[in-house]
Design a protein around this ligand. Structure first.
Ligand SMILES: *Cc1c(COP(=O)(O)O)cnc(C)c1O
Length: 338
């Protein structure tokens, strides 16, 4: 798969099978005729399988392989109540016979919907953690479960560490092969970036595979002052990967740079922009985006094109990272706009 013999790439083999891979890569002819001047493609990681699909499936193939190799019987992770990551973790645990504990921010709602409902159906133990929204209680729960004799493995928030990012390093080799098979060129890749593992994997894999496509990661979260910047998180993950892979090539600085202008309403707040993007792709191509991540990233792509910031004639890939179940939780807000 990888040509260089010098590089240490054994990491990419340490995975279990969770997804139906490769996911499809296809063009978007009706969107193309609507937007003119551009050739649009989509990489369908909404179709990875795993109880509704999404980008976390690829990360979990590596993370759970590590957990199982370490002898874990219990997986703990954290996220928002509508976390796609938590839903896919719950599904993966069910498939591999592992107990799953989810720490979800906020208070227990009156009724379950979207991803929360699915995580519950998938058999996960759900703990509502109030104001602790980013997994602050992971270690505490781990020590409690260990006192009961469980062997615990913590999957970090969003599955974004070195092990998780391998899913997207591998995905770039998958994409490269498909691009070659279909005899197409891709000039730009747009995708949503939130906890950073997907972007770090895509950026590192982009260089490692020699694909060297221009990356257009769209910032989903509005960072609060004093927080470590996304660019910093990505740079640290990539540095760790360079050391572990013993690879010392260059990653262009702009691959770490996020499109900053589309997160102003804050994480998970649907505006007319995301709703417009969801409605447009659904009605022109029959493909469903999500209100939190891909709706925002797809809007960003449309906006960059309409503003003329992308050269005419470019081949543009949208990497669909999933998220369909959250639409049901946003039903009222979607109906308000569409
Ligand atoms: C988690 C998620 C992302 C962002 O991926 P990160 O690796 O956390 O940056 C994008 N889209 C969807 C649908 C997601 O669930």
């Amino acid at each position: 798969m990888i040509n260089s013999t010098k590089m240490n790439h054994s990491f990419l083999e340490n995975k279990i099978k969770l997804g139906f891979l490769p996911t499809p890569l296809h063009n978007l002819p009706r969107l193309q005729s609507k937007m003119g001047k551009y050739n649009f493609y989509v990489k369908r990681d909404d179709l990875t399988g795993l109880a509704g699909g999404g980008n976390k499936t690829r990360k979990l193939e590596y993370l759970l392989a590590e957990a199982i190799a370490m002898g874990a019987d219990t997986i703990i992770t954290a996220g928002a109540q509508q976390s796609n990551h938590c839903r896919q973790t719950a599904a993966a645990c069910a498939q591999w016979g592992l107990s799953c504990h989810l720490l979800l921010g906020g208070n227990k709602p009156h009724s379950y919907n979207g991803n929360l409902l699915l995580s519950h159906l998938l058999g996960a133990s759900i703990h509502f953690t109030g104001e602790h929204r980013k997994g602050e209680d992971l270690q505490f729960l781990k020590s409690q479960l260990e006192a009961d004799g469980k062997k615990c493995y913590i999957v970090p928030y969003g599955g974004s560490n070195f092990t998780g990012m391998l899913g997207y390093v591998n995905a770039m080799f998958e994409l490269k092969e498909q691009i070659e098979d279909q005899n197409i060129t891709i000039d730009y890749i747009f995708f949503a970036s939130s906890s950073g593992g997907t972007q770090a994997g895509i950026a590192f894999g982009n260089a490692l595979s020699g694909l060297n496509t221009k990356l257009m990661p769209v910032a989903i979260d509005k960072s609060s002052p004093g927080e470590i910047s996304m660019g910093q998180t990505i740079a640290e993950l990539i540095n760790e990967a360079k050391i572990k892979f013993e690879w010392n090539g260059l990653i262009p600085l702009e691959d770490l740079h996020l499109l900053p202008d589309y997160n102003q309403s804050g994480y998970g707040v649907l505006t007319s922009q995301e709703a417009h993007a969801i409605g447009l792709l659904a009605a022109t191509e029959g493909i469903l985006l999500d209100p939190v991540y891909t709706g925002r990233a797809f809007y960003a792509m449309l906006h960059q094109c309409r503003q003329g910031l992308i050269p005419e004639g470019s081949n543009i890939l949208f990497w669909h990272t999933g998220g369909l179940p959250a639409n049901f939780e946003y039903a009222d807000r979607l109906m308000h706009y569409l």
